[in-house]
Design a protein. Structure first.
Length: 247
């Protein structure tokens, strides 16, 4: 299949996508801040006969994207796909946001995907590559306390559509998944009572439940595969109907 970089690959959606892509024949570059979690995913992939490498990096560092791409190319010879999954979320009232929190959302949720695509561009051009950006229904919905996170995800969706048009002549496809609530550790960063938070989130979804990480991983696999070779510029609401205006 080729080589794919997956950010936020230590847990949740990123780990599920990495396992699924490796099982499908991709060489997977696992990127995240916590090396021990990445090593665990890499070990699972290895047991199944897959190929991967671990890059522990903080995407809030502006130099990280270039280093990630350089190390990936050195290991596998090129880059064929990129999954921008890593994200930061803080849920706070407007008055409580500090400059550091604002800058962290910008750096991880918007700047890092931009810089990774930019750094990978010469390699994605070689055979015509695919980019999948992981957005959120929060980029569309208006939720108290999510002004900064929602703003960053709306920006990522605009970036996806804009770059899809710009990079189409190079046969590089750029799509995004706008996710509803998914059972991943990211909710632990804002919820003090996870069980109550999941029950609250499920009530917002017309289908009545939150998603499993592997359900999202299947869509990521489809979007990087030749089966989606004629799809670009799409922002797909994979949210159980959360953004529907149901009376």
């Amino acid at each position: 299949m080729g080589t794919v970089i997956v950010t936020g690959a230590g847990t949740g959606i990123g780990a599920a996508a990495a396992r699924r892509l490796a099982a499908g024949g991709w060489s997977v570059v696992l990127v995240g801040r916590r090396a021990h979690l990445l090593d665990s995913v890499a070990a699972e992939i290895g047991k199944q006969g897959g190929e991967s490498m671990v890059i522990a990096a903080d995407l809030a560092d502006a130099g990280a994207p270039r280093a990630i791409v350089d190390r990936s190319v050195a290991a596998f010879g090129g880059i064929d796909a990129l999954v921008n999954n890593a994200a930061v979320i803080k849920v706070l009232p407007l008055a409580d946001y500090t400059l550091d929190i604002l800058d962290q959302h910008w750096a991880v949720n918007v700047r890092a995907p931009f810089l990774l695509i930019q750094a990978a561009l010469p390699h994605l051009k070689q055979q015509g590559g695919a980019v999948v950006n992981i957005s959120s229904s929060s980029g569309t919905l208006l939720r108290p306390g999510q002004s900064v996170y929602g703003m960053s995800k709306h920006a990522l969706e605009y970036l996806s559509r804009s770059l899809a048009g710009e990079l189409a002549p190079h046969r590089i496809r750029v799509n995004a998944l706008a996710l509803g609530p998914v059972d991943t550790p990211i909710h632990e960063t804002w919820a003090t009572d996870l069980k109550a938070a999941y029950e609250w989130l499920a009530k917002q979804v017309p289908l009545g439940r939150i998603a499993e990480a592997d359900e999202i991983a299947r869509w990521i696999e489809i979007l990087v595969s030749p089966d989606s070779g004629w799809m670009t510029g799409a922002v797909i609401p994979l949210d159980g109907g959360q953004v529907l205006d149901i009376a």
